[in-house]
Ligand binder design. Structure first.
Ligand SMILES: [Zn+2]
Length: 230
């Protein structure tokens, strides 16, 4: 009998397992960013627990975590409230993401092997097909993979760790960023510029193209009013 691969079995466990606390936090973050709650609205632990079908323990943990991210304000004796400045927080997260993704692109341009360049090229071709077909669902997936591959090529684990929370914001905002046809076309052109700089072994060029790409996305989302209950 073939023994199942340790790599595959343990990896799948690692990537699929999420605690109730993690899922509760992710759902609340998404609801706040999508404007389900109004800025300044009170977040009542018991009410949220009933709505989400969990005890108040993961709700308390989530509110604390979102408090550290600035999305929730907690006042002693009064409770927790949605922050008033969600839009400004999103802009700042965009700046952080631009710096982290730019650094990943910089390192990728320094380190990419011929094989990795071929993989990235394949990803660009996939994005070209999705854009030509106006297939938004697959474009979102291909876009996520493009950024993921660049992080893998950068080979820097602490950078990947730091990108963790920022990426959770990104997972929420990306479908919106690609919901518009002209955005898809523009995004593809920017991805091509990033790819060309990595392929040419130009770290400064890769960093600059990636930053410009992420910052333009952030500006677009701001214009769309994400995070302010549109
Ligand atoms: Zn992108």
């Amino acid at each position: 009998m073939n023994r199942p691969s340790k790599n595959r079995e343990l990896e799948s466990l690692k990537t699929n397992y999420k605690s109730i606390a993690d899922v509760t936090c992710e759902k609340l973050r998404k609801a706040i960013l999508e404007g389900v709650f109004s800025p300044g609205e009170q977040l009542k632990e018991r009410e949220l627990a009933t709505l989400m079908g969990v005890s108040t323990t993961p709700i308390k943990a989530a509110l604390q975590r979102l408090g550290m991210e600035g999305l929730v304000t907690s006042l002693p004796m009064r409770g927790s409230f949605v922050a008033e400045n969600i839009s400004a927080i999103l802009t700042e997260v965009g700046l952080i993401r631009a710096a982290l993704e730019g650094t990943a692109a910089y390192l990728a341009a320094m380190k990419a092997t011929d094989e990795e360049i071929t993989t990235l090229q394949g990803q660009i071709e996939k994005m070209e097909r999705c854009t030509a077909d106006r297939d938004i669902g697959r474009a979102i997936e291909a876009n996520t993979n493009f950024h993921e591959i660049i992080h893998q090529i950068s080979g820097n684990h602490s950078l990947q760790q730091m990108t963790g929370i920022v990426r959770q914001y990104d997972d929420i905002t990306r479908p919106q960023a690609l919901s518009d046809e002209s955005q898809m076309v523009q995004g593809l052109q920017e991805h091509k510029a990033i790819f060309e700089a990595i392929k040419a072994g130009d770290p400064e060029g890769a960093d600059a193209s990636m930053r410009a790409h992420v910052l333009r996305n952030t500006r677009f989302l701001k214009q769309q009013g994400l995070g302010v209950g549109k």
